[in-house]
Design a protein around this ligand. Structure first.
Ligand SMILES: Nc1ncnc2c1ncn2[C@@H]1O[C@H](COP(=O)(O)OP(=O)(O)OP(=O)(O)O)[C@@H](O)[C@H]1O
Length: 328
């Protein structure tokens, strides 16, 4: 049955469950990714990322629910899904003795590419992934970074609309990560829809249009990084340096926080400040104007405010906060 549920979403999981005996690897997960977007799938080891990606790649079936690639169901139309999808698994496989070009050529043939079209496509993939200089090298002689590029090339060889990349940055050095990030962004700019997983959270923030945080088979939060930060209502952390009486300032802030009307400067503090010598650190839910009012509030009470630093909480912080209580 070829039911094409076309729309702007190119990847969709609809109430997907996958149990292995008593293990709930994936438990009622739903999300969708719009065409040309990059969706970051974030979670610790064993969270269920690979299982859901394997279902999308038609390498496994859901216990319940369904998933769609470019509108086609992984259950009813796996062949059509495979044509539209490039999957980069988290391990490379055992092709040690073939060279890079032979490796890509093998997959191009498997996808039915022939003649000039195959030659053109292979050249493009070798150039795009920066493996052209290595094309005659056997795979066993490649660095981890080069292997990852080749594996990305393999997932690209049939020009799929959708790409599923399972931890592509694992084990790469910082430079190779940056290059990978650039390639992924460029593929999205060319219209490909990309699902990418990682537990190196901060590296996904820059390249993803949206992220989903998964833990113990359940999706705990989805949205843009900003939306998730707002959902948690903890957008920034302030560090204030107060000369001489930092601990006293912290105590007064806590007292004022409990008494103050909503809208007063200390009411924007989230939790109690941590005192570290002259430094006070605390979460702050207000904007920059509230921040400057807080400084005035402190100065009016005789505290010598020497410095104020503000930083957004990283995706890593948000992740730890969102998963609080579930991480074992
Ligand atoms: N074939 C299987 N048989 C039994 N249990 C499995 C199988 N595949 C996965 N699991 C279990 O399902 C859970 C989710 O595993 P999964 O590999 O999807 O997690 P992950 O988020 O990809 O983790 P990692 O980051 O370590 O790759 C784990 O508890 C895992 O042990």
């Amino acid at each position: 049955m070829n039911v094409h549920t076309s729309g702007s979403d190119c990847i969709e999981l609809r109430r997907v469950y996958r149990y292995f005996g008593k293990t709930k690897a994936v438990h009622d997960i739903s999300f969708s990714v719009a065409r040309g977007h990059v969706f970051g799938y974030i979670g610790p080891n064993g969270a269920g990322k690979t299982t859901s990606m394997r279902i999308l790649a038609t390498l496994d079936l859901p216990s319940y629910g369904d998933a769609f690639v470019d509108g086609f169901s992984v259950i009813n139309d796996p062949e059509l899904v495979r044509r539209r999808l490039g999957f980069m698994p988290d391990s490379f496989g055992t092709y040690r003795d073939v060279n890079c070009e032979e490796y890509l050529d093998f997959f191009a043939r498997a996808y039915g590419l022939i003649g000039r079209e195959r030659t053109r496509r292979l050249r493009w993939v070798l150039e795009f992934t920066g493996t052209i200089g290595m094309k005659d090298k056997p795979i066993r002689g490649l660095s981890k970074g080069m292997k990852q590029r080749l594996c990305l090339g393999r997932a690209l060889v049939h020009d799929p609309a959708v790409m599923i990349l399972d931890e592509p940055a694992a084990g790469l050095d910082p430079r190779a990560r940056i290059q990978l990030r650039k390639m992924i962004r460029e593929l999205a700019d060319r219209g490909k829809t990309i699902l990418i997983s990682s537990h190196i959270l901060t590296e996904l923030a820059e390249m993803c249009d949206a992220v989903g945080i998964i833990e113990q088979g359940q999706l705990l939060a989805t949205g843009s990084v900003d939306e998730i930060q707002q959902q948690r209502n903890q957008t920034r952390e302030l560090t204030v340096r107060i000369l001489d009486r930092a601990a006293d300032a912290a105590a007064q802030l806590v007292a004022a926080q409990q008494e103050s009307d909503t809208g007063a400067a200390p009411s924007h503090l989230l939790g109690e400040p941590i005192v570290d010598g002259e430094l006070l650190r605390f979460g702050f839910a207000g904007d920059v104007r509230d921040q400057s009012e807080l400084v005035v509030w402190l100065v009016e009470r005789g505290f010598a405010v020497a410095e104020v630093a503000s930083h957004r909480k990283s995706l890593e912080d948000v992740f730890l906060q969102v998963t609080e209580g579930l991480v074992q």
